[in-house]
Design a protein around this ligand. Sequence first.
Ligand SMILES: [Zn+2]
Length: 105
Amino acid sequence: MLPDQFKSLKLISDCPVCRQKKFPSEINLLDEQPEGHLIHVQCKTCQSCIVVLVSLNEQGMNLIGILTDLGSKEVKEFINRGPLSSDDIINLHENLKNKEFIQSI
Ligand SMILES: [Zn+2]
């Protein structure tokens, strides 16, 4: 559920991929911090996804958006995952030797 101040907000008027104006979208709030809100927007026309960081300060509202192929649940998993460890890198290195792992990517 989006905070009240974002309910009527038209974050992005045109889809950056299919260029449809006032595109129908599914919007999910991923993270809410005092510094800003992280929102996942999926265009229902072309299924493209954008992760948008919205922050408010004395100068006004700042929006930073990036295109992603991740769904909102996947982005949430990465947010909660934390930074990579040296064990993660070693595991990846070991898995890259595994043909089944390579074929699953
Ligand atoms: Zn689109």
